[in-house]
Design a protein around this ligand. Sequence first.
Ligand code: GLN
Length: 388
Amino acid sequence: MKPEIQSKLPNVGTTIFTVMSSLANAHGAINLGQGFPDFDMHPALVDGVAKAMRDGLNQYVHMCGLPSLRERISEKVNGSYGSNVHPDTDITITPGGTYAIYTALTAILQPGDEVILFEPAYDSYIPNIEINGGIPVPIALKYPDYSIDWDLVKQKITSRTKAIMINSPHNPSGAVLDESDMKQLESIVEGTGIFIISDEVYEHLIFDDKVHHSVLRYPALRERAFVCFSFGKVYHCTGWKMGYCIAPETMTKEFRKVHQYNCFTCFGPVQYALSDFLKEPLHYLELGKMLQKKRDYLMDKMKPTGLKPLPTYGSYFQLYSYEGLSELDELSFAQQLTTEGGVATIPVSAFYHKPIENQVLRFCFAKKESTLDAAAERLVRYFEKNQG
Ligand code: GLN
């Protein structure tokens, strides 16, 4: 008799990002699916890592992250968000934002606890809740602006509600929470034992003069929140898998209990380089403008396709509606565009526990202009041919 795993995640397949990237590679398609930039990151940051390695800084750094990096982060967030984050007790360096979210859920969840989240949701959230014995309580965002129906949230709160997960700027829609959203959230959790898990990995990728309303700006939310960030998104190095989690001291203590026996500590040389690089705020302050230009560039080139852009105010992504252009469901249409049109995207239906079909696909515009040109050109040709 051979051992057999009784799956903890029986309904989980391969993440849509890997599925679409593999399909893109197999068909030589331009990959506007998975969210990663194809342009170079800053050479000084690469040099900084090489230098740290050459300088012999190759042993374990502190379990919670390099102290100087945590200091730079606390200066950054306290400056940007007027918060009171302490480098020793409130910040933990993690191998990416997804890991930070997972660890926060692992730290707080007991079997049967409910977690409210908003769909479309980044595809790790629900499996992360389930593997920790929690019960996901998904609430659909309103289409087409992907805003939150706060009255519905109030209705979904029960005595088992352990946490509410928010994500702004939002993946996949690019919707951004504003002050009134944060105030409503504040009033919902006031006087309860509900935690907030805030996915803010796109904090600096924000457009049209919108302001990022970090949970860290709101003391009544901050005191109950795990706030998760990503260096990959800020410095165009998603493959480095570096991020951090900010939470109050008592919550961070529990977070670190999980972290220390799972990852223990993250790759060291990158942390030396990041702690130097963070001294120059322009590197992250100019990001929004740069990405906004790319969003507008792609939108302009896509006009002749007939695909209709939905507004996006942040992130790497823009949704396009193909209403009137195809009757296929989103996954089938995304596959067809990849294999026959030569451009890979992500079907938004993949971000729902039960696919909701709105005929929208997610395009990643964090690419060189030449990539965006080539992708738009292929799509224009595809739609010319397929409209007869
Ligand atoms: N966050 C990225 C996206 O939404 C991909 C991350 C991943 O592939 N796991 O496309």
